[in-house]
Design a protein around this ligand. Structure first.
Ligand code: DAV
Length: 383
């Protein structure tokens, strides 16, 4: 669909507003796979690539046929959303193969612009560019600037913000982190003890660490968000309640959206091997929210050259409190959501998974109807 066609289908004015993960979705950004790279090794990246991954030691442009196949599924996803009356915008890719540098470091390439969820957080009428935590993703916000500039012009109430760009020098990462790991059990011990690869010298967070539930926002503390980053968010949103959560059981904790997904008021989908801790569940329990364990993934392994785990199965995009998009081969997840009372929209997306995730990762909200509600009137001291 061209820009002109889209103007014809969606003549209304631009509104930036999204307070949660479930209210009726009206406008969204869907990523693009063009030019996406397997980035070169760098401190944070090294710790995320799974021990047995086919990506270990590789870097360079992704094979063009895989880019083409991913784009077919991304375009199809965008069309499914448009047919449901949702306006869809796309980022502007750059030449991601070019080396980048700041006064502090150089990196041999960038990453891509497939998962918009990682880069821009929409909270109410604000779109916030995250600090990011990998060097290869330092400039990725530039792919979203044409859209952010446009929304800023079109919606007089939009707040456009950028978190402080981090230095990402060697001081931002623990240099002995990997040397302490021999086995997956070692990893699990470290992550359970909240010993992650990033240090606390500066605020760091990827936008995909946020799960928004009106007045309450939970942020995963892990490889791609540190406590300083969560504290920054807390001070940046003084009217909201920002809660840090960590999930023992995840050897590579990055991005909350394969772990803890709010589906509608009162209902959370939680990864059964990354269970929320009792002290964190309390907030949900005392406010009569239910935390259900996600169905098992349909696949034993992620597709080739994919960073993410098989738990992309639960990386669903909620269109409204009764409708949810699920990857089309994830039969168990579809069945579970159907039983929970949702209309399930199957979306083929496995070819796009290696480019940075599934349906939630591949999108960023611009507009959902509804305002900032307080779903958790009872709070837990110290959380
Ligand atoms: O389980 O591998 C990946 C999330 C990608 N945004 C996982 C989390």
């Amino acid at each position: 669909m061209t820009q002109a066609d889209q103007k014809e289908q969606f003549p209304g004015k631009t509104i930036v507003n999204s307070w949660n993960e479930w209210d009726p979705l009206k406008h969204v950004i869907v990523g693009i796979a063009d030019g996406c790279m397997i980035p070169p090794s760098e401190p944070a990246m090294e710790c995320k690539v799974p021990i047995d991954s086919d990506m270990k030691g590789q870097w360079g442009p992704r094979p063009q046929e895989t880019v083409d196949k991913a784009n077919i599924q991304l375009d199809n996803f965008a069309d499914i959303l448009r047919k449901r009356g949702i306006r869809v915008d796309r980022p502007t890719p750059m030449d991601f193969s070019q080396p980048i540098k700041t006064p502090d470091w150089e990196n041999l390439s960038m990453f891509g612009c497939m998962p918009p969820r990682d880069v821009v957080a929409t909270v109410g009428n604000e779109m916030l560019e995250a600090t990011m935590s990998y060097r290869c993703r330092w400039f990725e916000y530039l792919c979203y600037r044409p859209l952010l500039e446009q929304y800023f012009k079109e919606d007089p109430n939009m707040r456009w913000e950028a978190a402080p760009k981090p230095r990402l020098t060697g001081r931002s990462y623990k240099d002995n982190y990997l040397s302490r790991i021999m086995t997956i059990e070692d990893r699990l011990k470290l992550t359970a003890a909240k010993d992650f690869v990033t240090t606390e010298v500066e605020p760091l967070f990827d936008a995909a660490e946020l799960a928004r539930m009106g007045k309450d926002v939970v942020v995963q503390h892990g490889f791609t968000a540190n406590l300083a980053g969560i504290d920054w968010l807390r001070r940046h949103f003084p009217d909201l309640r920002v809660h840090a959560m960590n999930f023992p059981g995840d050897p590579y904790p990055i991005h909350i959206d394969c772990t803890f997904i709010p589906l509608r008021p009162g209902l959370i989908l939680n990864n059964p091997i990354r269970k929320a801790l009792p002290e964190h569940r309390k907030l949900f329990e005392i406010n009569d929210w239910q935390i259900v364990e996600a169905a098992p993934p349909a696949h034993k392994n992620p597709p080739p050259l994919c960073y993410s785990s098989v738990w992309l199965s639960m990386n669903v995009l909620v269109l409204d409190p009764k409708t949810v998009c699920v990857e089309a081969s994830e039969i168990h997840q579809m069945e579970q959501l159907d039983k929970l009372g949702f209309e399930v929209v199957p979306v083929p997306f496995r070819d796009a998974n290696p480019f940075g995730g599934s349906l939630h990762c591949a999108t960023t909200d611009v507009y959902r109807e509804g305002g900032c509600e307080d779903y958790f009137p009872r709070q837990v001291e110290g959380f």
